[in-house]
Ligand binder design. Structure first.
Ligand SMILES: [Zn+2]
Length: 74
């Protein structure tokens, strides 16, 4: 019984760690160059980094402002 409990705890901790890792990765702002590549459609759409930047844009006000500025300039 104890072993099952320990196993359950290990599974919970490792999945929580996986979720946190993804969350932290998504919160990290991309550099301006990559950001501009993505919004101007130059970046590869099936690239995991492109996907990351797109989902990052959905949650980061700082990068959303950068995109807005970039669109105003062009
Ligand atoms: Zn950002």
């Amino acid at each position: 019984m104890d072993i099952i409990l320990i196993l359950i705890i290990i599974v919970i901790i490792s999945s929580a760690y996986g979720i946190l890792k993804v969350w932290f990765r998504q919160r990290k702002c991309p550099d301006d160059e990559s950001l501009i590549e993505v919004i101007s459609g130059l970046a590869k759409k099936n690239d995991p980094e492109t996907q990351r930047i797109i989902s990052h844009l959905g949650m980061c006000e700082k990068c959303q402002k950068k995109v807005k500025l970039f669109n105003e300039q062009n």
